[in-house]
Write a protein that binds this ligand. Structure first.
Ligand SMILES: [Zn+2]
Ligand SMILES: [Zn+2]
Length: 422
């Protein structure tokens, strides 16, 4: 026998029992974001590799190691999107959406990163991504965090906390970089090879290093929060005060740097201690220069992404809805009854009921078992005798009661009974 085919490593099937939970999350997200003025956008899974190299940054782990990049038949380098921000900005620029007044967007969908698969982390993973352009005020920063928290509350994710930091701007960050580089160079003997490599290009990323030795070496490192320019400082103070006004609990984490190059000022993460070492369920921040860097209008931007797989590990109290249950199961005996039942099925479906039947001829007993197995509300039994009298036996499965209906008005009555009971 041939070896059976498996899904690609790190790519997960979402089976029907799970899909309801996914739809619950997606529908809650759509509903909540709409209340905050966000509109849904969908972009292609594939983009020119250059888009991610220019936005996320050449020297990031994502672009260097984690992207699914390949060449199409014409030799163009394309990549599966590893995140959504760059794609949404690309679409915003390409379609000149700044002329339409649209400025708040969200996207739900799969992203791709070639990482080592582990609990809650997949190579095809799914994000809820939110972006807003053209708004500079720190009020929006606080509102975004409030919205993310509200969303998690609504879907029953409780044990998370919000960490906030500021990453400075093009005025204050370069000065801090030099100070940090000096510190790292002085401690270079204690750093892992990755961190040593990061010093010239991307020294802030050393704060993200998981190697214990590096963590220790950075314990005394200078922090950007102490080197902020006046504007960044006042922006950060305002963000915090708006968060307090909305009663959003948060902690300042001055060591949070986020994985991407483009963030300025506000950065935040939603973390949990329940997922082991991989403790962020989502995060985001401000990226005021990115739109212009990518060839668009000079509009500020801010956004966040939540990982759906990680959120799901933290959801409690979710009860699957029963909307996919079968309303009517047709139990048909004999060729004529099967033919008639085939037609009745379509009529009932047209009237809004979900109807199932055994397509292959089977015994009444076996068909009744199927009706039980799918949890049908009623089974409709038609054999030659019933057909002759134009009637059907309708069995109410839970109650165990059986009644006779005229075929001519059975559909209307079943609709009344089943829809009335819902
Ligand atoms: Zn600054
Ligand atoms: Zn390191």
């Amino acid at each position: 026998m041939r070896q059976s085919l498996q899904a690609v490593r790190g790519m997960m099937d979402i089976l029907p029992d799970e899909v309801e939970k996914w739809r619950f999350i997606e529908e809650r997200a759509r509903n909540l974001f709409r209340r905050f003025g966000y509109r849904e956008i969908r972009t292609p899974l594939l983009e020119a590799t250059e888009l991610f190299a220019r936005s996320i940054g050449e020297a990031t782990d994502i672009v260097e190691k984690e992207m699914y990049t390949f060449y199409d038949a014409k030799g163009r380098s394309i990549s599966l999107r590893p995140e959504a921000t760059a794609s949404i900005i690309r679409a915003f620029i390409q379609h000149q959406l700044h002329t339409t007044g649209d400025r708040k967007f969200f996207l739900l969908g799969p992203m791709f990163r070639h990482e080592r698969p582990q609990k809650g982390r997949y190579r095809q993973f799914h994000q809820i991504d939110v972006e807003a352009f053209g708004i500079q005020d720190p009020m929006l920063d606080a509102e975004l965090m409030f919205m993310a928290r509200s969303f998690l509350d609504e879907i029953g994710v409780k044990e998370v906390s919000l960490e906030v930091n500021t990453l400075g701007c093009s005025v204050c960050r370069p000065g801090f970089r030099t100070v940090l580089q000096d510190y790292l160079n002085a401690n270079v003997d204690h750093l892992c090879p990755d961190c040593v490599r990061r010093i010239p290009k991307n020294p802030l990323r050393c704060f993200d290093c998981k190697v214990p030795q590096c963590k220790e070496a950075l314990a005394e490192a200078p922090l950007l929060i102490n080197f902020l320019c006046q504007k960044c400082l006042s922006h950060f103070e305002s963000v915090k005060s708006y968060l307090e006004q909305l009663s959003v609990p948060y902690v300042v984490n001055p060591r949070m740097v986020r994985g991407l190059d483009y963030y300025v000022r506000t950065a935040f993460e939603i973390v949990t201690t329940h997922l082991g070492a991989q403790n962020a369920v989502g995060g985001g921040g401000r990226y005021d220069g990115l739109m212009k860097d990518l060839g668009g209008p000079d509009l500020p931007g801010i956004g966040f992404a939540l990982g759906i797989e990680r959120i799901m590990l933290l959801m409690s109290g979710y009860q699957p809805s029963r909307e996919n249950d079968v309303d009517v199961y047709l139990v048909l005996l004999g060729d004529s009854a099967r033919r008639k039942g085939f037609q009745i099925a379509q009529e009932l479906r047209k009237k809004g009921l979900s109807v199932e039947m055994d397509y292959d001829p089977k015994s009444v007993k076996s068909q009744m078992r199927s009706a039980d197995r799918v949890g049908a509300t009623v089974s409709v039994i038609i054999g030659d005798n019933e057909l002759e009298q134009s009637i059907a036996q309708v069995r109410f499965m839970k109650e165990g009661i059986q009644r006779i209906y005229e075929l001519s008005d059975m559909a209307a009555e079943l609709v009344d009974i089943i829809k009335g009971a819902k």
